[in-house]
Design a binder for this molecule. Structure first.
Ligand code: NAG
Ligand code: NAG
Ligand code: NAG
Length: 332
């Protein structure tokens, strides 16, 4: 009861914001976008006692104009019980606070429909991200992958199904954060999905989150064949990460910019700097002063630059609103 009432209040205040002209619709052509992953409670995983900064429901992060798009992390498995996918949203939707659709391993998180709609009403695009470090997004062959496009369309996008994890909310697209396995069927899946999207009632997006070593081992050939809207290149946990941005042989944004303009089937594809939002395990975190200078240089030098991707929103809020510093740099 309390939750329903407060989310309704939040929705109406966001709508008032829209009517007052404070928000604009998401613009993929902009070079000032901030994409931040939501869903995995990354902060909670490394700060088990600081529960105040654990992941909140999605709409909590849509109260200001800082973040432009949220990929929801993750759809972890392409097929499970009932031939349906699995999703994992950490503390926000799990078997302790939600139910599975009967006969499936798919969580019914329909209570998040109001959150997604509130964020969209505030001009933000919300997509579902496939994969992640533990992801298993695999097809046997092209015909299976082609058929899967319809499944995803019906579960998350403009189609219809009794087993929609986010109920009546219609997401704005998908993101491929593939970090293992084989690319069999990916081109067929995405080509068919794009056809369904093009026939839809609104604009939908397909993005990917390759790792910076070029070409990417797990999504590279797909990226060369299908027109994506944006790539959120993970410039972390690798020699080519942000920690080496001063060394032109390591930090390779120029390689990705060149690929965008000359190889990607969509020459207008946007390339984002993907960065960690908190100094944690792994490499690539830089402080807000350093990322500000990297953003300004990259934005002025590369026409493919689309903005910044951060992993993840709980870390950004837990790290003194690192997302705000990044957005400030983007807007300059
Ligand atoms: C989207 O951004 C591009 C690039 O900055 C700009 O030219 C265009 O006018 C923007 N579109 C809208 C609808 O604001
Ligand atoms: C999904 O959950 C909602 C809210 O708990 C419930 O009203 C709905 O009946 C569930 N859908 C199915 C198909 O179980
Ligand atoms: C493709 O894979 C599916 C699922 O395993 C299988 O049912 C189908 O027979 C396969 N089709 C071809 C043409 O191999």
């Amino acid at each position: 009861m309390f939750i329903a009432d407060s989310s309704r209040l939040m929705l109406s205040s966001l709508l008032l914001g829209v009517m007052a002209g404070r928000t604009a619709a998401f613009n993929m052509s902009s070079n000032k976008n901030l994409a931040v992953y939501w869903g995995q409670n990354s902060y909670g995983a490394s700060n088990s006692d600081d529960t105040a900064h654990w992941q909140q429901r999605l709409s909590y992060y849509c109260k200001d104009n800082v973040i432009d798009t949220f990929p929801i992390a993750f759809l972890v498995d392409s097929y499970a019980e009932g031939n349906l996918p699995l999703i994992d949203l950490a503390n926000t939707c799990n078997s302790g606070n939600a139910n599975y659709f009967p006969g499936t391993g798919l969580l019914n998180c329909s209570f998040l429909a109001s959150d997604i709609k509130a964020c969209q009403a505030a001009g933000k695009a919300v997509t579902i991200s496939f994969g992640g470090g533990a992801g298993h997004i695999q097809f046997r062959n092209d015909s299976q992958a082609t058929a899967y496009a319809k499944t995803i369309w019906n579960l998350f996008l403009g189609g219809k199904s009794k087993t929609r994890p986010f109920g009546s909310a219609i997401l704005d697209g998908i993101d491929m954060d593939i970090e293992g396995g084989s690319q069999t069927g990916y081109v067929s899946f995405l080509t068919e999905l794009r056809k369904l999207m093009n026939r839809g009632k609104k604009k939908y997006y397909i993005t990917a989150a390759p790792q910076c070593p070029f070409p990417d081992a797990y999504i590279g050939s797909t990226l060369n064949t299908v027109g994506f809207d944006a790539v959120y290149v993970q410039f972390y946990n690798n020699y080519c990460g942000l920690q080496h941005y001063k060394n032109r042989n390591d930090w390779n944004f120029a390689t990705w910019d060149n690929w965008a303009k000359s190889v990607s089937p969509n020459h207008d594809i946007k390339v984002y700097i993907g960065a960690p939002a908190l100094p944690a395990a792994g490499s690539g975190y830089v402080n807000s002063k350093t990322i500000t200078s990297i953003i300004r240089q990259t934005q002025s030098k590369f026409s493919s630059f689309g903005g910044v991707m951060l992993w993840d929103v709980s870390d950004a809020y837990g790290n003194h609103r690192y997302d705000k510093a990044v957005k400030k740099a983007l807007k300059n």
